[in-house]
Design a protein around this ligand. Structure first.
Ligand SMILES: Nc1ncnc2c1ncn2[C@@H]1O[C@H](COP(=O)(O)OP(=O)(O)OP(=O)(O)O)[C@@H](O)[C@H]1O
Ligand SMILES: [Mg+2]
Length: 242
């Protein structure tokens, strides 16, 4: 019968290799357990107040915001609307967030994006135009109704159909795809308008109402007033860019 003495001794290198493998195995196991635990956590805590909601959004995005007299009213309106608590705005309409350059429009919409039951994507108007220049008319269809596949849906709390915030409208360049010139944002807005009770749309802009009218025409402008709650920073609000 073979006894242990006949087995060749392990070399130092082999022992080291064994230890490394064991370490990796333990690390992998620890990661697996941590992942399993994270799955058992509720997706978001119970949000009882707008303070809870703002805290939760800041934790998720890692973006801490200052609240002062230049944005307090805007933040108050947005957080009630997106948390769905005592909302003073019309919940059937989207948000048109209007304010001077650098006042925090994009930052606030990125925070509000964390609202679990009001998922929306954010795309800048200029990005949409660039996409149109590359891919043509399918881009208008895509942004008229945003449907995500199962993989990307997890980013949006499992919602397959989500809203859209077009960031910084009015300053985008004219779009051309093989010489086919279009006011792409205006067309997307028209198509979204046409879907009764369709997905929500939000907008941010630096343009005054009069400038928006000039950029998109009276017809679209009229629809904007019907589609959106207009939320406005005070005219005195300064840029927060440093
Ligand atoms: N409440 C806030 N507290 C602290 N920093 C902020 C706050 N809001 C915005 N910021 C910072 O100010 C800068 C400008 O913000 P942001 O880009 O959101 O402004 P904007 O209104 O979207 O500007 P633009 O009109 O150019 O699109 C960013 O660096 C952002 O991190
Ligand atoms: Mg912005």
């Amino acid at each position: 019968m073979a006894n242990g003495d006949e087995l060749p001794e392990l070399t130092e290198g082999e022992i080291m290799e064994y230890r490394i493998q064991k370490k990796y195995r333990l690390e992998r196991e620890a990661k697996r357990v941590a992942y399993q635990k994270s799955l058992m956590q509720p997706l978001y805590p119970t949000i009882q107040s707008t303070e809870d909601f703002l805290l939760y959004c800041q934790q998720r995005t890692g973006q801490n915001i200052t609240i002062d007299q230049e944005n307090a009213q805007v933040i108050n309106l947005l957080s009630h609307y997106f948390a769905g608590i005592d909302c003073q705005l019309n919940p059937m309409k989207g948000i048109l967030l209007y304010g001077n350059i650098g006042t925090g429009k994009t930052t606030l919409m990125r925070l509000m994006q964390e609202a679990p039951h009001a998922s929306f994507a954010i795309e800048s108007a200029q990005e949409i135009i660039n996409e149109y220049a590359a891919d043509g008319v399918q881009v208008i269809e895509k942004y008229s109704r945003l449907i995500y596949n199962n993989n990307t849906a997890s980013r949006y709390f499992g919602n397959r159909e989500i809203g859209l915030c077009i960031d910084d409208i009015g300053t985008e360049t004219e779009a051309a795809n093989f010489g086919n010139r279009k006011n792409v944002v205006a067309e997307i807005l028209s198509m979204r308008y046409a879907q009764l009770h369709g997905p929500t749309t939000h907008l941010t802009t630096n343009l005054t109402p009069a400038e928006l009218k000039e950029a998109y025409g009276a017809r679209i402008y009229d629809r904007l007033r019907e589609m959106f709650n207009v939320v406005e920073f005070p005219h005195t609000a300064q840029s927060r860019r440093q």
